[in-house]
Design a protein around this ligand. Structure first.
Ligand SMILES: Nc1ncnc2c1ncn2[C@@H]1O[C@H](COP(=O)(O)OP(=O)(O)O)[C@@H](O)[C@H]1O
Ligand SMILES: [Mg+2]
Length: 417
């Protein structure tokens, strides 16, 4: 209310109009008059009021506006955000006190010329803001964008800004309202969370690999030695007959079972051969084993020239193949299946496709309403932890496809763990 400026009316005449610091109020002032609105029909009532009653009404209104301005400022400060309004006819901004404090705009005088924006948020961010403004004006559509800027007053800050165009009767954007929020802190927390989650994933993989190796080097070797010893004892006691023969045969059988169990637990803990023979060979070998065991034809399409992927990414892809093949074996009633891997630039994609019965009750985009089970949610979690995307598509009686997309290497946040 403390600033005045000349503005053109629709008829082209110049009128003096108050400018408020918050767009919410000025929006009301600038809202085009709609035919049939009650604004004008209230005027005859006002004319009947005495001068003192009118003055009291104005004072009352001013008080209300002041209180609302104050509440809005408090809410903005609490939300770490500020509001603004852009006027294309003067290429200038008016903004709330919170925005001035948040970003370092001068609190007065307003409106602030856009040509001086570089000096407040730096030339790079200023160009991005100008581009956003002109695109929102042109498209006359709401937009949200995020950008990091080097503030003249402080260090770098990351903002999320919502742009809302105000349209005239013909749908042309005549002004823009905006809300800019400082998300520097929440972005830093996000990054920290991602770093910790990568760290947990790495530690889990390392721990599982260590346990797999230990199982192989201790329990497996001991059981193998026990089997040899039992064999030797049997030969030394020959001829073994009756109950003794039965006991030895059953002991040998138990040792075989234990060896198999230890090997499968060890393989579950860490994909076998991944380090020894490499990702592609390990995947081919695994697919062959499942095919022999299940009778399902499994084709593998893995490019020969795969660029080196981080260990976490290779393990994650291997795990998805393992779980998908297990699901196909257990649920799909499929005859054949294809494992397809491709790399485009720094992105690797994996598809595991079967020709089985499909997943019942799968919704359109294949992203939810799965029957209960931890296999699918485990795959999804593993992939999203590595910044990838996971999706399942399925057609009844035609089959199911698991789709994965992953950055080939972990981002810097993980690398510094
Ligand atoms: N390839 C597939 N073909 C048909 N149904 C599948 C397939 N994969 C998963 N399903 C269905 O989705 C359910 C959930 O799978 P999952 O989360 O791996 O749990 P689980 O295998 O332990 O049941 C399965 O029970 C099955 O009904
Ligand atoms: Mg499963």
């Amino acid at each position: 209310m403390n600033l005045k400026k000349s503005a053109k009316t629709k008829s082209g005449k110049t009128a003096t109009q108050p400018i408020r610091k918050t767009p919410r109020v000025s929006r009301k002032l600038n809202r085009p008059h709609r035919p049939g609105s009650s604004q004008r029909s209230d005027l005859p009532e006002l004319k009947k009021l005495s001068r003192s009653a009118l003055l009291a009404l104005i004072a009352d209104l001013q008080k209300t506006v002041h209180t609302q301005d104050h509440l809005l400022s408090q809410a903005e400060a609490l939300g770490n955000l500020g509001t603004w309004e852009y006027d294309p006819s003067t290429d200038s901004l008016t903004y709330s006190r919170s925005l001035a404090e948040l970003i370092g705009f001068p609190s007065d005088p307003q409106p602030f010329p856009m040509s001086a924006l570089d000096s407040v948020i730096g030339p790079g961010a200023a160009t991005r803001v100008r581009d956003d403004l002109s695109e929102v004006l042109k498209a006359a559509q709401h937009r949200v964008s995020q950008s990091t800027c080097e503030l003249a007053s402080r260090n770098s800050q990351t903002h999320r800004t919502a742009y809302v165009p105000l349209l005239d009767e013909s749908g042309v954007a005549v002004r823009l309202l905006g809300v800019t929020q400082d998300i520097t802190q929440s972005k830093a927390i996000d990054q920290e969370l991602r770093r910790v989650s990568h760290r947990i994933l790495t530690l889990r993989n390392e721990e599982q690999r260590r346990m797999a190796r230990e199982l192989h080097e201790t329990a497996s070797q001991t059981l193998a030695a026990l089997k040899l010893t039992l064999g030797k004892a049997t030969r030394a006691l020959l001829p073994v007959e009756g109950e003794a023969a039965q006991c030895i045969a059953s002991a040998l059988g138990l040792v075989d079972d234990a060896l198999r169990e230890v090997r499968s637990v060890s393989a579950l803990l860490h994909p076998p051969m991944l380090e020894e023979v490499g990702f592609a060979a390990a995947l081919h070998a695994y697919a062959r084993t499942v095919s022999d065991r299940s009778g399902i034809r499994i084709a593998t399409h893995i490019p020969e020239s795969l660029i080196q992927m981080s260990a976490e990414v290779e393990i994650a892809l291997f795990r998805v193949v393992q779980e998908s093949l297990t699901n196909i074996h257990r649920h799909a009633h499929a005859n054949s299946c294809l494992i397809h891997i491709a790399q485009v630039g720094e992105i690797v994609t994996l598809k595991v496709e079967d020709d089985g019965i499909g997943i019942p009750n799968l919704n359109g985009n294949g992203s939810s309403h799965f029957p209960a089970g931890i296999g699918i949610s485990g795959m999804r979690e593993r992939i999203t932890q590595l910044d990838g995307t996971f999706r399942i598509s399925s057609v009844p009686r035609k089959g199911t496809t698991v789709h994965v997309q992953l950055p080939v290497r972990l981002r810097e946040t993980a690398a510094i763990c």
